[in-house]
Design a binder for this molecule. Sequence first.
Ligand code: MTE
Length: 311
Amino acid sequence: MKIPLIPSSEITPKQAYLSRRDFMKAAGVVAGSVALVACAVPAGKTPPSATKIDSQAPSAEDVLNSFDEITNYNNYYEFTTDKQGVASLSKDFVTSPWDVEISGMVNNPGKFSVDDLTKKYPLEERIYRLRCVEAWSMVIPWLGFPLAKLLNDVEPTSSAKYVRFETIYKPDDMPGQKQSTYPWPYQEGLRIDEAMNDLTLLATGLYGGELPAQSGGGIRLVVPWKYGFKSIKAIVKIELTDQQPATMWSTIAPNEYGFYANVNPFVDHPRWSQASERRIGEFNRRDTIMFNGYSDQVSYLYDGMDLKKNY
Ligand code: MTE
């Protein structure tokens, strides 16, 4: 399974590239992409030891969204349901230091700091499409490492079939969690083979720098072939289990949001079509692509499954 490698500079429009350069400058980053990540780490934090820039562009037709677009139009219900209000409400949210606990059906459970994880697993730049179930999309240059690396080290037992993820519960710092409309904490889940797929990323950074609070810092999941709600933010718990985990959205509205939530233009949401999407920053709608364009990498996971039933 080989993913086409296209350097981000080749798919970045001039405008977005310039704003990226501005961001890098603001973060104190000089030229040279390999140096970027280490330099972008603010003083007082240990930079990641090894940094491999490994841009994986979805296609030459995709252009990066700007840092401003990515960090000012967010779904993060722990803060607010207003996409443009998340950035300001989360500006004082502390994302470092950050720990993740791994428990359940593993031989090596434990608590791991994001600082240690990013020292152990070289950060890769992965440029992925993000397709929200609400039918908007972006192209985002994440920094992170494959979840599979961490899972291999904690050694799931042979009984483990699923991975469950949980977001931090901190109602004093996350005003949305004071409202009982949603069953906090936010939870998500993947089948273990989905979790082990090389595309599945634990992201700790964005645009060559650290991961802003509104984007899911300290650490978030990115599963680019699934609707964005699977890409859970601010993860503090990862549990290996033999039961399909409950997820927040499928608990609230099981007829609208399934466990799998694969991007699928042929299965509409009960209240709207999923055949097309609005790319943030573009005027015309685009056709939505099966598995968000990642079929070559992931369709084998669903061989023989009825994707209309397993939505
Ligand atoms: N994770 C948590 N904890 N809370 C959320 O509200 N929203 C999800 C997902 N992860 C959400 C979350 C949804 S619906 C989407 S589309 C993506 O985050 C949006 O990610 P972005 O804001 O970085 O674009």
